[in-house]
Design a protein around this ligand. Structure first.
Ligand SMILES: O=P(O)(O)OC[C@H]1O[C@H](OP(=O)(O)OP(=O)(O)O)[C@H](O)[C@@H]1O
Ligand SMILES: O=C(O)c1cc(=O)[nH]c(=O)[nH]1
Ligand SMILES: [Mg+2]
Length: 196
């Protein structure tokens, strides 16, 4: 699947939104990739995650576990794990707490794990997910995502395989371009904003 094919999936699913969005990082953007519009369609999700699994296998070889950050990472993590023949687990957080593995999830000794994220913007959620895995007995061999919207600039401290790389502008709240400031902002994701 080429980048254009993946973007065509996002477009035809209605997942490419334009407006004024507050992202998980607190940055603002005129573009939002509403991945849930993809994940509500299991057949489309299998197509896209199957392509990601191929890239993961090419880059990292055998993968036993896929670990994803909740909520957005759970469905693509599961579907990518299915295509890889791996297990799927996720990290989640209690309000105000860091990501953690719960529910008896672990990466056992000798297992090779890949962190699968839906969208990477600043890489913050991915880094927080990886930080929750450092004391696991198994090895995290790399990271992957459907769309890296940082233009390849996000630093996860380990290799990142992206199905598509885009460079989409983001703005701090006090540096909005006038056309964005003129539109009321919405915050689609699950991370609480500071002070909320
Ligand atoms: O690279 P970053 O700057 O961290 O941004 C990307 C993150 O933002 C979204 O999660 P969000 O916290 O909005 O919640 P969700 O997973 O419930 O959609 C998305 O699922 C990524 O996890
Ligand atoms: O940075 C984010 O929070 C983010 C951006 C995006 O395009 N899609 C998404 O689900 N989250
Ligand atoms: Mg997320």
């Amino acid at each position: 699947m080429t980048s254009d094919d993946v973007l065509a999936e996002f477009r035809s699913a209605g997942a490419l939104l334009e407006g004024h969005f507050v992202l998980s990082s607190g940055l603002h953007s005129a573009v939002f990739l509403q991945k849930m519009a993809i994940f509500t369609d299991p057949v489309r999700t299998a197509r896209v995650c199957g392509a990601l699994a191929e890239r993961i296998e090419e880059r990292y070889g055998r993968v036993d576990y896929v670990v994803s950050p909740a909520i957005g990472g759970i469905v693509p993590g599961y579907e990518t794990a299915r295509a890889l023949g791996a297990k799927a687990i996720f990290v989640e957080r209690d309000p105000g707490k860091p990501f953690a593995l719960r529910r008896g999830f672990q990466i056992p000794k000798g297992a090779r794990a890949v962190m699968v994220e839906d969208i990477v913007t600043t890489g913050l959620s991915s880094r927080e997910c990886l930080a929750a895995l450092t004391s696991e007995p198994g090895e995290v061999v790399g990271a992957a995502c459907l769309i890296d919207r940082s233009g390849g600039k996000a630093d996860l401290g380990m290799p990142l395989v992206a199905l598509v790389t885009l460079d989409i502008p983001n703005y701090p709240a006090d540096q909005l371009p006038p056309e964005l400031a003129a539109i009321p902002a919405v915050k689609p994701g699950s991370r609480a904003l500071p002070g909320a």
